[in-house]
Design a protein around this ligand. Sequence first.
Ligand code: DQA
Length: 137
Amino acid sequence: MKIQIINGPNLNLLGKREPGIYGSEGFESFYKQLLAKYPEVELSYYQSNVEGEIINKLHEIGFDYDGIVLNAGAYTHTSVAIADAIAGIKTPVIEVHISNVYAREEFRHHSMMAKNCKGIITGFGLMSYELALKSFL
Ligand code: DQA
């Protein structure tokens, strides 16, 4: 089972960035825990702040991986191009968010990509990623 986690813009700052909203744990340490907890999964992680790089990664792995867990950050709300990339690949994508986007500003209530995703998990902190991962197992 090959699963790719993709984090979009500003998520490299997890742990330092607005800890009241996103928590104080960095993604790398959480990812290490995931690797240890799910040794049977071939898990990989990619982060980019660049829209086109996220699209390139979706194209690269989107025809032979079993699942993609995507937190596209603010691109969730703006990117037709990432939404189109998700529509164009075979691998199912689950949209995840650390915060509950529906409890926040109105502009975060709309996802450009949700309709192309298998499902959405929002508001469970870093556990959102684990819930998405488990749904593929
Ligand atoms: C986020 C929510 C987005 O609205 C925001 O732009 C992010 C992070 C989340 O994980 O809660 O960068 O995707």
